[in-house]
Design a binder for this molecule. Structure first.
Ligand code: PLP
Length: 369
């Protein structure tokens, strides 16, 4: 079969890459390869070192991000593998509003003397640069953009330039943007992190992570990360990886609908009297209204929706919501009344009608005396 060209659009790559060779009677889809070991003297040898189903998923994600992908057992397994590469006693600069698992992992490593971290406003390029300059041991800049759940945006090219001038490696958690909206490697990042649990899989049925690095053959960062995966064993299951691959096939159409729904809902929320502020970066499917009634209104809202599901996580075809400050680990700089909406692909009028009646219920109780 002719090789897929590099000039294909992301939608075409999502559908076409990671398929078996086109031979008579070949299945169109890669099989779920259940194997703990392989016949000796090949490239893989053992089930912790590789799996053809992982390879198919990695092929598609790697092409979408413009690099080389490695699948992990979860987004946090991927993230902590990157942190594991940082030398003993080194410094990490990270967003104060990064995914709270990432901030907790940094705190955990810091408490054990493994590294130190400085948390910054990632939207403030000058402040991030100053934090890197202030720490002679700074080795890693962690970027998340948009941030979860504050939805702040980082200037990735400017931050990557500033970091590289200081010899600092740049990693971008691209979970919220997805490679369809943002390709961090092309903006100067060295490593991309994904929680494939979210939009990439897209059906709230799998926990999976991935790392992507720039592509040159024999790439040293890829080799180091693969080495960590081999040794630490944070490997995905073949079935989970296959589900994520199946999710990737429709990423572009799911996102198109979810984003259109999200933009419309953000517009309508901005005019709603119960809403003090709407966070929406102008793309993607996450909208974060801040309710004027604070925590009580947020909690009531999550209790009164019938269509939207009160659940954590995000990026599924089904719309979900949660008040983020219900989690103790969420920083105090996130407003109590911020409700993170993960907008799905349902009919937008049905979604709005349900949200509007729940907002009314939440607002009525708050202000009704
Ligand atoms: C969910 C999430 C993670 C963690 O991924 P898991 O798959 O849950 O381990 C990391 N970063 C962001 C931005 C996330 O939303």
């Amino acid at each position: 079969m002719p090789e897929l060209g590099n000039d294909l659009s992301p939608a075409t790559i999502a559908v076409t890459a990671g398929r078996p060779p086109r031979e008579p009677d070949a299945a169109l889809n890669p099989p779920i390869t259940m194997a703990s070991t392989y016949v000796a003297t090949g490239d893989v040898e053992y089930g912790r070192f590789g799996n053809p189903t992982w390879t198919a998923f990695e092929d598609v994600l790697g092409r979408l991000e413009g690099g080389r992908a490695l699948a992990f057992s979860s987004g946090m397994a991927a993230a902590t593998t990157v942190l594991d590469l940082v030398g003993q006693g080194a410094g990490v600069v990270a967003p104060r509003h990064a995914y709270n698992g990432t901030v907790m992992a940094l705190g955990d490593l810091e408490s054990r003397g493994r590294l130190h971290s400085r948390l910054v406003d990632i939207a403030d390029t000058a402040a991030v640069t100053a934090a890197m300059e202030a720490d002679p041991d700074c080795a890693l800049l962690w970027i998340e953009s948009p941030t979860n759940p504050a939805l702040e945006l980082a200037d990735i090219p400017a931050l990557a330039d500033a970091a590289h001038a200081l010899g600092v490696r740049v990693v971008v958690d691209n979970t919220f943007a997805t490679p369809l909206a943002q390709q961090p490697l092309s903006l100067g990042a060295d490593i991309v992190v994904h929680s494939a649990t979210k939009f990439l899989s897209g059906h709230s049925d799998v926990v999976l992570g991935a790392l992507v690095t720039a592509d040159p053959e024999g790439d040293e960062v890829h080799t180091a990360l693969k080495g960590r995966r081999d040794l630490a064993g944070a490997i995905p299951g073949p079935f989970e990886t296959w589900l994520a691959l199946r999710g990737l096939r429709t990423l572009h159409v799911r996102l198109e609908r979810a984003q259109a729904n999200a933009a419309e809902i953000a517009r309508r929320l901005a005019d709603h009297p119960a809403v003090a502020e709407v966070r929406y970066p102008g793309f993607g499917a996450i909208v974060a209204p801040v309710l004027a009634g604070g925590a009580p209104a947020g909690d009531l809202l999550t209790r009164h929706t019938r269509l939207w599901v009160h659940a954590t996580s995000l990026g599924g075809v089904e719309s979900t919501l949660e008040r983020r400050r219900r989690w103790k680990a969420e920083p105090a700089t996130i407003p109590e009344g911020l409700v993170r909406l993960s907008v799905g692909i349902e009919d937008v009028e049905d979604l709005w009608a349900d949200l509007a009646q729940a907002l009314e219920a939440a607002d009525g109780v708050t202000h009704g005396g």
